[in-house]
Design a protein around this ligand. Sequence first.
Ligand code: ARG
Length: 462
Amino acid sequence: MSGVETKMWDGRFESGMAQSMIDLSFSLEFDSELIEEDIQGSIGHGKGLVQSGVLTEEEYKTICNGLRSILVDYKKGIDLWQDSDEDIHMAVERVLTERIGQLGKKIHTGRSRNDQVCTDFKLYMRHRATEIIALEKELAKTLLAVAKENMGKIMPGYTHMQQAQPIYFSHYMMSFFFAVTRDIKRLNNFLDLHCELPLGSGAIAGSAFPYERKLVAEELGFKRPSPNSIDAVSHRDMALEFLSDLAIVSNTLSRYAEDFVNWSTSEFGFLTLHDAFSSGSSMMPQKKNPDSMELIRGKSGRMLGNLTSMFTLVKGAPLSYSRDLQEDKEPVFDAVKTTKVILRVMKEALETARYNFDKMESRMLPALLATDLADLLVEGGTPFRDAHHIVGSLVGEAAKQGKEFTELSDETWAAHGVRDIKTIREILNFRYSISRRNIEGGTGPDSVEEQFTKAEELLKNL
Ligand code: ARG
């Protein structure tokens, strides 16, 4: 087999790699996504090598300048790569050596690609987590703003997709706000937990060029060095956790997207998405489809797929490093790209949407007040179970007559056991129902105002 020449580890080898093997194993095509973190990681590692005396300050400076020039050129769109570059780590080292000479080869002292890859990957996830948190905060701010702006508007609240109880529209939007803040907390927790530097771990046993790992950790924004080299190069729970957090983010968005799709139907008519977040039909001229929300909902499937593929990949991988682990990158890259775009679209779509409050209110059925009637009977001394039965039989009777229970006559109400009918009829309405729910976390006006205050506080501290 002729084989293509590969350079970085050819000391041990007599032949190059088969083309088919190259096609299987070379990863530059996707892992160039790690270029910033790879260069940053090398700059951090080099700092340690200066401290341990492997590099002089002068050499370190030359290496750093060389590395930075590679990143600058990459960002300019200059094609730096060759077919023989296996992955981003080897490609950067080759270009560095071409630019600064033999000194470039020193940067890999005391480092294996195993701890290098882990470091780059972890750094990458930490950086992207921070960016995603910022996007989540933007969405949260939009939700709070929409909720505050439209305080006082009422709508039917649903369970089982059936009208259940009257709520403030703002109460619904704040439910989204608080879910988003938990998604943020989860990512903050990820940052807190996966804060240990792998560099210094070598391939498995730890580097034999001891340097102050604390120094390198600080340089790269890690809290401390990892305590065990085998664990550091093997484990991928940081990726599992990150993907899980992002899958939950997309799941949160997906559930609301589902409601917004429903709200956009002519049957509901609660929401009109801006044209910029909708699409038309190639056949039916009247159609305006809520594609933004459908796509957000659809993306949650691939997000779970990314998490599942990571679990499947690592569950049987022996310690420490096996090449299987190279497969850990693409699900994460895909998840990051997907999460960022759905967060942006959700925020922009909600900011520009028209909320049709008249429709929301006009769609409200009197049956939404059934619980309140039962509650009023309880306040008049009827035990709750009896009250529930009385109202249930009234609603059943109304259904038989094709009416709302509020449309039944006073006589019928009385026959079913309702007393104080005049007073009850006077006070029983949607706003009254809402006003009775000022319990902490409820839809009552004071409670929703309280939620706004909590939300402002939360946003400051997240
Ligand atoms: N591209 C590889 C990865 O991402 C580099 C690690 C190779 N390490 C090795 N021991 N062969 O996993």
